[in-house]
Design a protein around this ligand. Structure first.
Ligand code: C2E
Ligand code: MG
Ligand code: MG
Length: 708
C-alpha cells in the first residue's frame, strides 16, 4: 500500500477496459497501474507488489488463466486477491479461473460503482486474512520460543486438537495424531495418566483449576516434563463446554532447579551434603529426637596436618585426598548403619563436608552416647590406612569431637559449636583421637572401647570358659541337668561374670560367636561326662537375641549336636520372653524347627517381661523358669507368692514344667514345693562351677549343697 492507498494492478490487452477500471477506482482513492499483457504484468507485479489484481481472461500470447497461476507462483503472489473480470460467463471458464487461483469473479460489463465496492470488499477481507496469518505466525513463533503448545478439547464430542508446536514437542506429526482425548493420553507417561485424567475430570465436573506437571513420552522412549494448564470455556448460545489449555516444556526449568538445588545443598568436590543441608538435617533430627525421646550425636571431624599435604603436594592432590577421605567416611557411616542394634530402624545418619578439611556426621537414634565413640573409632581406623593418590602414598589422621543431644545442647548451633570445641580438645590431646564434649563421657567411652577390644581379643585367645550350675528335682534333689553360664578368665581382672561384658558383646555383635562357642562347648562337655560313665543329664544354653533371630541357629545347633554326638533331647535352649515376643511368627517357625530336631525349649526369667498367654500357647515349649526376683522375697511379699502360684498353675495347664531360679534358702525351697514347683536351681544347692567341679557334683563326691 502506498501511503495508505491501495495499489491495484489492471491486466487487460484492451486499453478501454483498463481506462474503465482506472476511472472507477481512482476517484475512490486507489492507485491504479496497468499492464497490457500477461508477461508484462509479471514484471510490474514484482516491482510494485500491488494489493489487488484485476485480470482479464482473453488476451493474446498469455491468457488470464496462465497469468493467474504465474502470479500465484511468485513469492509475494500467494495471498494477493485476484479478481477475474471477463465477458466469458460460462460455468467452465469460471471454474477454470478458480482452479488457477482466482479469488473472485466478475462479469463484464460491470457498473463502475459496483466494481469499486467489490474491490473494496475484497481488499478488506484480504487485510483481515493477512493480519490473521501474521498473528498466527507470531503466535507460533512465540510458542516455539517458549516451548509452549496449545490444545483444546470438547468433552462432549471428545474431539481433541493439538497445535503444531505441541505436536512437535511430543515428537509426532500433526497428521498422525488421532484427535481424541485418549489419543492425547497415549502420549502421557503411563504413571502420570491417571493424574492427568483426574485433573481434567475435576475441571469439567467441578470447574477446578487444572494445573499439573506431567511427563510426555517421546516415540524414542525418552520422556520430558510439561506443565499443563487448562480452563473451561462455555459457548454462549449452546452452553457447550470447551476445554482450552497450554502445555509447556519445563525440562530445562526442572534441570535448572535440580542444578540450583545441587549447588545450594551439596559440596561440588565430594558430592557430600554441605553446611546448609547438614544444618537442615540436624535441625530435623533434633525435632524428631525431641518427640521420641532419643539421643543423637554430632561428630566434628578435622583432618590433622591437611594443610601440610596441600602445600607440599599441591591442591590437586589435596582435592583428590579429600574425595577419598569422603568415600572412607561414607563407608564408615554405612557400616554403623548396618550394625545398628535396632535393625527395624531406618538408617538416617548423615555425612557432610563443611568446607576445607572439615567434615561432620550426624548419628541418630543412638542406643547409648558411647556408640558415637565407637563410630568415631571406626573412622579413625578407616583413615589410618594410607591413601594412594597419583602414585603418592599419603598418610592422614583426624581429630574428632562429639557432642550429644540433649546433654550437650538442644540447638543446631550449640551442638555444632560444642562438637567443634571437643574437636579442638582432641587436637590438644595429640591428634588422631576423639573426644566427647562432656568429659564424663570420655572416660566412659574409653572404658567401653577398651572393653570391646578386650572381648574381641578374649575370643581369639580363648579366655572364656563355661561354668555349670545344677538344676535339681525339687523333691528328690537329684541333679537332672546343668545350665551353661559363660565366664571370662580375664588376665588382669580375674573371673568376670556376664553382667560386666554382655552388653558390650551385644552392642558389638560379638555375642553371637560367643553364644555359638558356649553351645558347642556345653554339648561336648555333657557328652564327655556321659562317656566317662556318669548318668546322662540335660544341659541348657542361653540364646541371645542376635543368635535367635539370626537364621543360623538351626545349623549351629545341628553342628554342635553332630560334632558332640549328644542326643538332641539332652539339649535345652533358654530364651527370654522379650526375645521370643520380638517377632512372634518368626519365633514360632524357628522354635518349631528346633523342636522337630528334638531340642527342648524354655522361657528364661519368666514373669519379668511382657508375656502373652495366647502366644505362649503357640510356642512349642517344655519349661518355664520363674525369675529369681519372685523367689527372692517369697517369704515377705505376698504378691510374689500369688504370682508364683499363678505362674505354676498356668504352666501346668499348658503342660509345661516349672523351674524356680535363684533358690537360696530352705524356706524358699519349702514354699516352692508347696506351690507345686517341679525343679529348682540356686545357691542353696550350688553356685555355677567349672566343669571339673561340676563333675565332682555329678559323681556325688561333693555335697551339692556346699559346693562353692
Ligand atoms: P540367667 O540365664 O537367668 O542365669 C541365671 C543367673 O543367676 C546366673 O548369673 C547365675 O549365676 C545366677 N544365679 C543362680 N543361682 C542364683 C542364686 O541362688 N542367687 C543369685 N543371686 N543368683 C543366682 P550369671 O551367670 O551372672 O548370668 C547372668 C545372665 O547372663 C544369665 O541369666 C543369662 O541371661 C546371661 N548369660 C550367662 N551366660 C550366657 C551365655 O553363654 N550366653 C548368653 N546369651 N547369655 C548368658
Ligand atoms: Mg538362663
Ligand atoms: Mg534366668
Amino acid at each position: 500500500m502506498s501511503q495508505g492507498r491501495p495499489v491495484i494492478l489492471v491486466i487487460d490487452d484492451d486499453p478501454t477496459a483498463r481506462l474503465f477500471v482506472r476511472g472507477a477506482l481512482e476517484p475512490a482513492g486507489m492507485i491504479v497501474t496497468e499492464a497490457s499483457g500477461g508477461q508484462e504484468s509479471l514484471t510490474v507485479f514484482e516491482k510494485l507488489t500491488p494489493d489487488l489484481v484485476v485480470l482479464d481472461i482473453v488476451m493474446p500470447e498469455m491468457d488470464g488463466y496462465l497469468t493467474c497461476s504465474r502470479i500465484r507462483s511468485l513469492p509475494r503472489g500467494k495471498r494477493i486477491p485476484i479478481l477475474i473480470m471477463t465477458g466469458l460467463d460460462d460455468p467452465n471458464s469460471i471454474a477454470l479461473a478458480y482452479e488457477h487461483g482466482a479469488t473472485d469473479f466478475i462479469n463484464k460489463p460491470v457498473h463502475a460503482t459496483i466494481l469499486c465496492h467489490h474491490i473494496r470488499y475484497m481488499l478488506r477481507t484480504s487485510n483481515v486474512l493477512q493480519a490473521l496469518v501474521r498473528s498466527e505466525a507470531r503466535l507460533e513463533l512465540a510458542q516455539r520460543i517458549a516451548r509452549i503448545g496449545n490444545w483444546d478439547w470438547n468433552p462432549r464430542t471428545n474431539r481433541f486438537s493439538m497445535s503444531n508446536e505441541l505436536c512437535r514437542l511430543a515428537g509426532i506429526r500433526p497428521q498422525d495424531f488421532g484427535g481424541t482425548f485418549e489419543g492425547f493420553l497415549q502420549l502421557v507417561h503411563p504413571d502420570d495418566r491417571s493424574a492427568v485424567r483426574r485433573a481434567l475430570d475435576n475441571l469439567v465436573h467441578h470447574r477446578a483449576l487444572c494445573d499439573i506437571d506431567h511427563r510426555i513420552v517421546l516415540p524414542n522412549g525418552t520422556d520430558f516434563t510439561i506443565h499443563l494448564q487448562a480452563e473451561g470455556v462455555r459457548e454462549e448460545e449452546t452452553d457447550e463446554l470447551t476445554v482450552i489449555g497450554t502445555a509447556q516444556d519445563i525440562t530445562e526449568r526442572k534441570q535448572a532447579e535440580r542444578a540450583i538445588h545441587r549447588l545450594a545443598y551439596y559440596d561440588s568436590l565430594t558430592g557430600l551434603a554441605n553446611r546448609v543441608l547438614f544444618k537442615d538435617r540436624l535441625s530435623h533430627a533434633i525435632s524428631h529426637a525431641e518427640r521420641h525421646g532419643q539421643t543423637l550425636a554430632t561428630l566434628f571431624i578435622d583432618l590433622d596436618r591437611f594443610k601440610v599435604i596441600n602445600d607440599t603436594l599441591g591442591h590437586t592432590v589435596g582435592d583428590l585426598l579429600l574425595t577419598q577421605v569422603a568415600e572412607r567416611l561414607s563407608e564408615s557411616v554405612r557400616q554403623s548403619d548396618s550394625v545398628a542394634r535396632h535393625a527395624d530402624q531406618e538408617p538416617s545418619h548423615a555425612l557432610a563436608r563443611l568446607g576445607g578439611d572439615e567434615f561432620t556426621i550426624l548419628l541418630t537414634a543412638l542406643p547409648n552416647p558411647e556408640d558415637a565413640g565407637r563410630v568415631a573409632r571406626r573412622i579413625l581406623e578407616a583413615l589410618a590406612h594410607p591413601f594412594n593418590i597419583e602414585g603418592h602414598e599419603v598418610f592422614i589422621a583426624a581429630s574428632i569431637g562429639i557432642s550429644i543431644y540433649p546433654s550437650d545442647g538442644a540447638t543446631v548451633e550449640a551442638l555444632l559449636k560444642n562438637a567443634d570445641t571437643a574437636m579442638y580438645h582432641a587436637k590438644e590431646q595429640g591428634r588422631n583421637n576423639c573426644q566427647f564434649y562432656s568429659s564424663g563421657l570420655n572416660a566412659a567411652a574409653a572404658e567401653r572401647l577398651d572393653l570391646e577390644n578386650d572381648i574381641r581379643r578374649a575370643l581369639e585367645r580363648e579366655e572364656f570358659i563355661v561354668y555349670y550350675q545344677p538344676k535339681l528335682n525339687i523333691h528328690s534333689r537329684k541333679i537332672l541337668g546343668a545350665e551353661a553360664l559363660i565366664r571370662w578368665k580375664h588376665p588382669k581382672r580375674g573371673l568376670v561374670t556376664p553382667g560386666v561384658f554382655l552388653n558390650a558383646a551385644i552392642d558389638t555383635g560379638l555375642i553371637r560367636p560367643m553364644d555359638e562357642w558356649v553351645l558347642r562347648k556345653a554339648c561336648s562337655q555333657v557328652k564327655a561326662w556321659e562317656q566317662a560313665g556318669l548318668s546322662p543329664i540335660t544341659v541348657s544354653v542361653n540364646v541371645s537375641n542376635s543368635l535367635f533371630h539370626g537364621r543360623t541357629l538351626p545349623t549351629t545347633v545341628g553342628d554342635a549336636l553332630r560334632e558332640s554326638g549328644l542326643n538332641p533331647n539332652q539339649l535345652e535352649l533358654e530364651l527370654t520372653e522379650s526375645i521370643a515376643m520380638r517377632d512372634v511368627e518368626a519365633s514360632i517357625t524357628m522354635l518349631e524347627g528346633l523342636r522337630t530336631m528334638g531340642v527342648r525349649l524354655s522361657i528364661d526369667d519368666f514373669g519379668t517381661g511382657y508375656s502373652s498367654l495366647s502366644y505362649l500357647q503357640r510356642f512349642p515349649l517344655s519349661r518355664l523358669k520363674i525369675d529369681q526376683s519372685f523367689v527372692k522375697d517369697l517369704q515377705t511379699n505376698d504378691n510374689n507368692v500369688k504370682i508364683t502360684k499363678a505362674i505354676i498353675a498356668m504352666a501346668h495347664s499348658l503342660n509345661l514344667s516349672v523351674l524356680a531360679e535363684g533358690v537360696e534358702t530352705e524356706e524358699q525351697l519349702a514354699r516352692l514345693r508347696e506351690e507345686g514347683c517341679d525343679e529348682v536351681q540356686g545357691y542353696l544347692f550350688s553356685r555355677p562351677v567349672c566343669a571339673e567341679d561340676f563333675e565332682l557334683l555329678l559323681r556325688g563326691g561333693a555335697d551339692v549343697r556346699t559346693a562353692a
